[in-house]
Ligand binder design. Structure first.
Ligand code: A3P
Length: 303
């Protein structure tokens, strides 16, 4: 099946999830050909749940020892998506298109459709998700922006909401995406770290330490004393990243059908912005759907 209006391209249902045509073909190629490095750590998420932030944090954490004296982080001049390649785009056809010294690869691919080579590897994964209402609102702004830039009439919020509630969204159904990684994290807790945007926002410093520990590069006592954790928190804050020239005025383009301003990845960066965009009835409806879908899984997403 195929639907329009979800992105600037058509979207297709494949193995139970919806994909933009731009990524689907490459995902299929990655499923057959991608081989991870044993040191790879996968940054996994459904779109609009905090991927850009998580990429920035993990990149800053694992490159910190390279930075001394005058060498500044690449995050000051490169968009986080340029620092961490996307499996189903950057690496599907050209696995070598990466800085192998940075052991990070990102993907939005649901757990059940990941290349078998990743599932059977010892590679660690970090998953981030978010309240469905905020994820939906963020996604709608993103899609509308992308459609406007292609001179396509933007999908209305109401129409996109109906689609989202019926499971049709980029890499959705959203709940199935979350559940796939949640269940895998229960099965392989040492391999998969399951995080939420809300928890990370509420105590970013504790999460920076947790991430470093999980990634096998804990902060030393000396680093902690020198304020290294706080430096990373500040460097990757919404305030800091969204005001960098590259993120304010640069463009993120994968090919002619996908070009957006980097600034669309930095919209508000807040918890609960859905209230400014959805009616209370819409909010309650999506909450009910999520509650139903997550029932019995042991997962309760923070709001
Ligand atoms: P909003 O649209 O609610 O503002 P993704 O990176 O997965 O595409 O998610 C984008 C969401 O993360 C956007 O949410 C964006 O503003 C927010 N975001 C981007 N950078 C962030 C940061 N450094 N800190 C907190 N939130 C950030």
């Amino acid at each position: 099946p195929r639907v329009k209006n979800l992105s600037a391209n058509d979207c297709y249902l494949y193995q139970g999830f919806w994909y933009d045509s731009l990524f689907l073909e490459r995902l299929m190629s990655a499923q057959d050909h991608f081989i991870p490095l044993s040191t790879d750590i996968f940054i996994t998420s459904c779109p609009k749940t905090g991927t850009t932030w998580l990429k920035a944090l993990t990149f800053a954490i694992c490159t910190r020892s390279r930075l001394s004296g005058s060498s500044a982080s690449s995050l000051l001049t490169k968009m986080p998506h340029e620092c961490v390649p996307l499996l189903e785009y950057d690496l599907a056809q050209n696995p070598l298109k990466r800085d192998c010294a940075v052991p990070l690869v990102s993907t939005h691919v649901p757990y059940s459709s990941l290349p078998k080579s990743i599932i059977s590897s010892c590679c660690k994964m970090i998953y981030i998700c978010r309240d469905a209402k905020d994820a939906f609102v963020s996604l709608w702004y993103f899609i509308a922006d992308m459609q406007r830039s292609k001179n396509v009439e933007p999908v209305s919020l109401e129409e996109a909401f109906e689609l989202f509630c019926s499971g049709i969204s980029s890499y959705g159904p959203y709940w199935d995406h979350v559940l796939g990684y949640w269940r895998a994290s229960l099965e392989f807790p040492e391999k998969i770290l399951f995080l939420t945007y809300e928890e990370m926002k509420r105590d970013t410093a504790a999460h920076v330490k947790k991430l470093a520990e999980f990634m096998g590069c804990s902060f030393t006592a000396e680093e902690e004393e020198e304020g290294e954790v706080q430096k990373i928190v500040s460097m990757c804050s919404f305030e800091k990243l969204s005001n960098l020239e590259v993120n304010k005025n640069g463009m993120h383009s994968l090919d002619t059908s996908y070009a957006v301003k980097n600034s669309v990845f930095f919209r508000k960066g807040e918890i609960g912005d859905w209230e400014n965009n959805l009616t209370p009835e819409m909010g309650a409806r999506l909450d009910d759907i999520m509650e139903q879908k997550l029932k019995g899984s042991g997962l309760k997403l923070p709001r």
